[in-house]
Design a protein around this ligand. Structure first.
Ligand SMILES: *[C@@H]1O[C@H](CO)[C@@H](O)[C@H](O)[C@H]1NC(C)=O
Length: 246
């Protein structure tokens, strides 16, 4: 059984000071898709017990998998022993897939700010989450042909990643991510440093989205896997499962 590492954000606030944290369904849904097929661990930039988005806990209080995830003793123990991302990065050569989540705006040296985000990378040993790590690392995973998957605002963590020729990994690729309409509807345009839909387009990507806001949409192009919004959380887990041929 392969091992997967989910890495969650350590940022409890956005750069405007709004509450943030990792977004519950974007961890819980892919977790239960992948858990029967892999050993899953967690990581975050700061290590143990990454902060959860309380808003997401409230929003998904009737979602069976989210409820189960919060009460799951195995999950609790994995969160309590979440590895520091810097320790995971040292093993990057063993990773094969990366799954990023919502609101990756991090106050890190590339000027992006993470709020809520989660990532998973799957390799011989792990799947991990990568927020707050240098984009060079994303590029390294991607260039090695590993599945690089991101959902919701997660693709924002990849906007600086390049392919072997130095081009954006979005250039010429079909991709998705949180849409301008969705960002506008929840009044968070002011809380993000750029709109993902516009950014993917400006990097030469072909941005796609579901016909209606909030509907699930997943795009797989080569080893770049992207999901549009929270509803795309389970679908991106399924896409990763398929891509890994588990
Ligand atoms: C990208 O989108 C175009 C148009 O929608 C489609 O024809 C093409 O097959 C897609 N490429 C991949 C790799 O999905």
């Amino acid at each position: 059984m392969p091992a997967i590492l989910f890495v969650l954000t350590s940022a409890a606030k956005t750069f405007t000071g709004a509450p943030a944290g990792w977004y519950l369904p974007e961890a819980a849904h892919p977790y239960y898709v992948l858990a029967p097929h892999a050993t899953i661990d967690f990581a975050s930039p700061a290590g143990p017990n990454p902060p959860i988005s309380e808003g997401s806990v409230k929003m998904f209080e009737s979602d069976p998998e989210c409820v189960k995830f919060l009460a799951d003793e195995t999950v609790k123990s994995k969160l309590a022993s979440a590895k520091k991302l810097s320790e995971v990065n040292a093993k990057a050569e063993r990773l094969r897939c990366c799954l990023l989540r919502r609101r990756p705006w991090a106050r890190h040296r590339f000027g992006c700010r993470p709020g809520q985000h989660q990532t998973c990378i799957r390799g011989k040993k792990y799947s991990v989450s990568i927020l707050n790590v240098p984009f060079d690392d994303h590029a390294q995973f991607y260039q090695a042909g590993k599945i690089t998957a991101a959902v919701c605002h997660g693709p924002a963590a990849l906007v600086g990643a390049t392919d072997a020729e130095g081009k954006s990994i979005f250039a010429g690729k079909n991709a998705t991510g949180f849409s301008n309409a969705e960002e506008t509807q929840i009044d968070t345009v002011k809380d993000v440093p750029f709109l993902l839909e516009d950014k993917i387009g400006s990097l030469g990507g072909k941005y796609e989205k579901a016909a209606d806001p909030w509907a699930p949409h997943v795009v797989v192009d080569g080893n770049l896997y992207t999901g549009q919004n929270p509803a795309s959380s389970a679908p991106i887990g399924e896409a990763v499962l398929k891509g890994l041929k588990l």
